[in-house]
Design a protein around this ligand. Structure first.
Ligand code: NAP
Length: 302
C-alpha cells in the first residue's frame, strides 16, 4: 500500500522510522499521486489535498480537523479520520490541570507580587469551593473533567448530546453551565456553532472573578470582549494557548497584557509514539476493507 505523509507541522524524522517498523511492507511517499491509498496529513502543503481524490482514507495527525474541513481542496468523497491520540489526551489533561491550579492557587498573582517584591498571602480556597466548567466533553474534555474531579474540584461540562461522567455535572444547556463556572475551560471543536462562543454575553453570565482557559481554537474567543471583561475585573485572568492568527504577531497587545498568560499552541502536541497505534489500526482497517475509526462527521463539522 502507498501511504502519503504530508505535513508542514509534524516531524517526518520522528514518524518515518515508526511507520517503517510498524508497516514494513508498505511504501511511504512524500508526494501525492493517484495510487496513494492512505494519506497522513496535518497542515499539508498547498496542492496536496486536491490530489487525493482516489484515496481510501485521509488520516489527520491532529485531533482538531477544522483546518482540513475549511480547505476547499479537501475531496468530498474521501473519508476523513481525526486522530485520537492517548498521549495528546494525557498532555491536554496536564495542561488543563496546570492552568486551573495556577488560577486556583493564585500563582499568576504571586508572579505579579514577586515583580513588586510584595510579600502578601492571598485568601486560600479549597478545590471543593470552586466549580470548573468545561466546554466540550469529547476525548479531551472528558479526560480533563475526570482529572479535575480527582483533585477535588466541582466539575461541570457541556456537550451537544447528553453525557454521563461519574463525578461530573453534565449538561447540554450552556445557560446552566456558565453561571456556575468559576473557571471556564474551552475544549470545543471549531465549527459554525462554536465560533465566537466566548463573547461578552458568555463572560457576563460567569461569576465575577472567574478565569478563562482556551486550549481549543483562537476563533472561539471574541478578543475585544475578553479584553473588556478583563478590564472591568469581571474576569480575573485568561490563559490562551490558541489564536486566530498563529504565530501571534510580536506586536499583538495580548503578549504584554497583565491579565493574560500566553502559550504557543502547545497544550497538547501530537505524540508519534502514542499516536502510531491509532494510525496503524486505521491503515489496517482500510487494508481489510473495514470502516476506519474516528471518522469526522462533516455535517457536524468535527
Ligand atoms: P471531540 O472528541 O470531537 O469532542 C468535542 C466535544 O465538543 C464533544 O463533547 C461535543 O459534543 C462538543 N461539542 C461540539 N459542538 C458542540 C456544540 N455546538 N455545542 C455543545 N457541545 C459541542 O474533540 P476533542 O478530541 O476533545 O478535541 C476538541 C478540540 O480541541 C479539537 O477540535 C481541537 O480544536 C482542540 N485541540 C487543541 C489542542 C492544543 O494543543 N491547543 C490539541 C488538540 C486538540 P458531543 O459529545 O455531543 O459530540
Amino acid at each position: 500500500m502507498r501511504i502519503l505523509f504530508a505535513s508542514t507541522s509534524e516531524p517526518l524524522e520522528a514518524w518515518r522510522p515508526l511507520l517503517a517498523q510498524a508497516l514494513p511492507h508498505d511504501e511511504l511517499v512524500l508526494e501525492p499521486d493517484p495510487s496513494v491509498e492512505v494519506a497522513l496529513v496535518a497542515k499539508p502543503p498547498a496542492g496536496t489535498l486536491s490530489r487525493l481524490r482516489g484515496a481510501k482514507l485521509i488520516q489527520s495527525l491532529w485531533m482538531g480537523v477544522d483546518g482540513l474541513l475549511a480547505d476547499p481542496e479537501l475531496p468530498r468523497g474521501v473519508p476523513l479520520a481525526r486522530l485520537v491520540d492517548p498521549g495528546m489526551v494525557a498532555a491536554m489533561t496536564e495542561s488543563v490541570l496546570a492552568h486551573v491550579l495556577d488560577w486556583h492557587r493564585h500563582l499568576y498573582r504571586y508572579r505579579e507580587q514577586q515583580r513588586a517584591a510584595t510579600w502578601r498571602a492571598l485568601e486560600q480556597r479549597l478545590a471543593a469551593d470552586r466549580t470548573v466548567g468545561i466546554l466540550g466533553l469529547g476525548a479531551l474534555g472528558a479526560a480533563a473533567a475526570r482529572g479535575l474531579a480527582a483533585l477535588g474540584f466541582r466539575v461541570a461540562g457541556w456537550s451537544r448530546r447528553p453525557k454521563a461522567i461519574p463525578g461530573v455535572h453534565c449538561t447540554t444547556r450552556l445557560e446552566e453551565l456558565l453561571p456556575i463556572s468559576d473557571a471556564l475551560v474551552c475544549l470545543l471543536p471549531l465549527t459554525s456553532a462554536t465560533r465566537g462562543i466566548l463573547d461578552a454575553r458568555a463572560f457576563s453570565r460567569m461569576p465575577a472573578g472567574g478565569c478563562l482557559i482556551n486550549l481549543a481554537r483562537g476563533a472561539h474567543v471574541v478578543v475585544p470582549d475578553l479584553l473588556a471583561a478583563l478590564a472591568s475585573g469581571h474576569l480575573a485572568h485568561a490563559y490562551l494557548d490558541v489564536f486566530e492568527r498563529e504565530p501571534l504577531p510580536p506586536a499583538d497587545p495580548l503578549w504584554s497584557h497583565p491579565g493574560v498568560t500566553i502559550t504557543p499552541h502547545i497544550a497538547a502536541l501530537t505524540e508519534p509514539r502514542t499516536a502510531l497505534p491509532k494510525v496503524v489500526a486505521n491503515i489496517e482497517r482500510v487494508r481489510r476493507g473495514e470502516t476506519p475509526l474516528d471518522l469526522v462527521d462533516r455535517q457536524a463539522g468535527y
